[in-house]
Design a protein around this ligand. Structure first.
Ligand code: ATP
Ligand code: MG
Length: 578
């Protein structure tokens, strides 16, 4: 099947999920855009990518994969003051990590600056743009409001020749920031404020991370984006809803440029394909409960020292989620489950948590790790004996094999797994009671030893050697607890994370408000946790039984011990250790 019959089939079976895929399948079936699909992901390198961007990445790259098209990565870098190479690099890394590959070289809007400048001269020549001497504040005042039309700039009818000359002097760096701007000449009475002679170029004497000090003038986002799309032969320009009101401007700019020169310049893209203008379609941004996604706020958290960098495991950035133990597969599954719609809604964070649990439940090997160790001595277990138990790495996947777990006379168990005043229903160890050691024997506690201050120092227990892999005779032992051999356990540091925000829908209006909504207990560090020895040698992701899913954090500096971050706690909290 070729792409268009495949698309038609997908349409017929309803396989093309979501309105954008439906639209693309329809376009392909009709041979629109010369039967091509070429999308782009256009981040501004002014921060790290977050889970919202993952939705857009999965959509743009996913569509290209599904329909045999291409997806470009283009840095939308027209604002040198907030952008940096550090963010360019981090963004590329996150996209690769998610498992997507962009078409050809990385693109930069800034590499089209010369072309954009040429097109601006074309618009001026046609009387479609003029150099305006109103200050940025005056431009705002003259713009009018939703209920009142704007007031034309006194420079609106400036002759093209004069505007061209001034624009060249702007480009030569003769004027100070804000002294002049280039504006499109559209309609000061338009009900759409974006069409009231929007600014196309502003003067900004600032060095740019890609172009250095070559340019003292920078094009605006609206002017740059549509032309960059056209130059790259993009067919479907997918963006979020806040750009809906900008679409008429997107179309206006392309319609007022000379199609031949646009087509000629666009040989940057697919040279063999006939030239078609790109079309913009909007979808709803991802919003997530208990989470804030705007880069402005994330940057404030980093710069305000509220988190430990952009990749702090509590951050909703892809770099942070990666350190937290989220996997690319889980994030992609989540994005697919969320879908792409036009209506705004808040997605329950439980959906994201479900996606990672499902992935790790299937893929993460099991291990035992004691968070808050309490010593147990098995009185009837010979001191010199070392019994090696072979336990499944994964209870449901025998193909993952077994691990060796040593059992010795002295063990660590979870201090919460012993109680002197057990609440009703307590199924773990009590004085005089029995419990099963996970994968090993049933033990009975017959003595509690204390330190000088009366705290519990150790438990003396004895083993029922007749209970390995079978039920004890004549009695029921319900509880099963995790444990590690004291002499062989590896001390590790565990870092437990909770939600960064207290409220389900954080809606701060300012940075100060963001700081006020933070959960003060979102991070807990536990040193001297005891991990079963084999786990340090293999793998990154684990389910520490009854404790949660963890990931080794090789970037973290602990107290000399290995550090593991808790990705997420277990689904069923029964018997789980908090
Ligand atoms: P932020 O508000 O977080 O700064 P942005 O839209 O300014 O986001 P860009 O770097 O300009 O960030 O975005 C790159 C692409 O990602 C754009 O096409 C944008 O529409 C999309 N995008 C940004 N946030 C989301 C989101 N929450 N859900 C889906 N797509 C998003
Ligand atoms: Mg932006």
């Amino acid at each position: 099947m070729n792409d268009s019959s495949q698309a038609a089939a997908a349409l017929a079976t309803g396989e093309a999920s979501g309105f954008i895929r439906q639209m693309i399948a329809r376009d392909l079936a009709r041979g629109k855009h010369a039967g091509r699909v070429h999308t782009r992901f256009p981040p501004e390198p002014n921060g790290h990518l977050h889970i919202g961007h993952a939705k857009s990445i999965c959509l743009n790259f996913g569509i290209a994969e599904e329909y045999g098209g291409h997806c470009n990565l283009r840095f939308d870098d027209t604002n040198p003051l907030k952008e940096s190479q550090e963010f360019v690099d981090a963004i590329k890394q996150s996209i690769r990590w998610l498992g997507f590959r962009w078409h050809g070289e990385v693109r930069y809007s800034s590499s089209y600056f010369a072309q954009l400048h040429e097109f601006a001269r074309q618009l001026i020549g046609k009387g479609k743009a003029y150099v305006c001497a109103l200050s940025p504040e005056q431009i705002r005042e003259y713009r009018g409001s939703l209920t009142e039309p704007g007031t034309p700039s006194p420079w609106r009818d400036r002759e093209a020749r004069e505007s061209l000359a001034l624009f060249e002097r702007m480009r030569a760096g003769e004027f100070a920031d804000g002294a002049l701007s280039l504006r499109a000449r559209i309609d000061m009475a338009s009900p759409n404020i974006n069409m009231r002679d929007p600014v196309l170029y502003r003067i900004r004497h600032a060095a740019h991370h890609q172009t250095g000090t070559q340019w003292p003038i920078y094009p605006t986002y609206d002017y740059t984006h549509c032309i960059s799309d056209a130059l790259e032969n993009i067919t479907h320009s997918l963006c979020t809803l806040e750009f809906e009101d900008h679409r008429p401007l997107y179309d206006w700019i392309l319609a007022n440029l000379d199609l031949d020169s646009l087509s000629e310049a666009s040989s940057l893209g697919d040279s063999a394909a006939p030239f078609v203008l790109p079309e913009q379609t909007e979808f709803a941004k991802l919003r997530l409960s208990y989470t804030l996604l705007g880069k402005r706020f994330l940057r404030a958290l980093v710069e305000g020292g509220k988190v430990d960098g952009w990749d702090d495991p509590r951050m909703p950035t892809l770099a942070g989620m990666r350190r937290r133990g989220y996997t690319p597969g889980a994030i992609r599954n989540f994005c697919e489950a969320v879908g792409v719609a036009r209506a705004e809604s808040v997605v329950d964070i439980a959906m994201l948590e479900h996606a990672i649990r499902e992935d790790l439940d299937h893929n993460a090997p099991r291990a035992m790790c004691v968070l808050r160790p309490l010593k147990v001595v098995l009185d009837n277990f010979p001191a010199e004996r070392r019994q090696v138990l072979r336990l499944a790495r994964h209870p449901k996947r025998p193909e993952l094999g077994e691990r060796e777990v040593p059992l010795t006379r002295e063990l660590w168990i979870e201090s919460d797994d012993f109680s002197e005043s057990p609440p009703a229903g307590f199924k773990r160890l009590v004085a005089g009671g029995e419990v099963r050691l996970r994968g090993a024997y049933v033990i009975r506690c017959h003595e509690v030893l204390r330190d000088e201050s009366g705290g519990i120092r150790e438990l003396r227990c004895c083993v029922d050697f007749d209970t390995l892999g079978k039920r004890p005779e004549g009695r029921k032992v319900k509880g099963v607890i995790h444990w590690v051999a004291a002499d062989e356990a590896k001390p590790v540091e565990l870092r437990l994370y909770d939600r960064l925000f207290l409220h389900e829908n954080p809606a701060p209006k300012s940075v100060a408000e963001v700081f006020g909504e933070l959960n003060p207990d979102s991070f807990e560090r536990l040193e001297n946790c005891m991990l079963e020895p084999a786990a340090l040698d293999g793998g990154e992701h684990f389910q520490f039984e009854r404790v949660g899913y963890f990931v080794r954090d090789r970037a973290a500096v602990g107290n000399g011990a290995a550090v593991f971050n808790r990705t997420i706690h277990l689904r069923d909290s029964w018997g789980a250790v908090r």
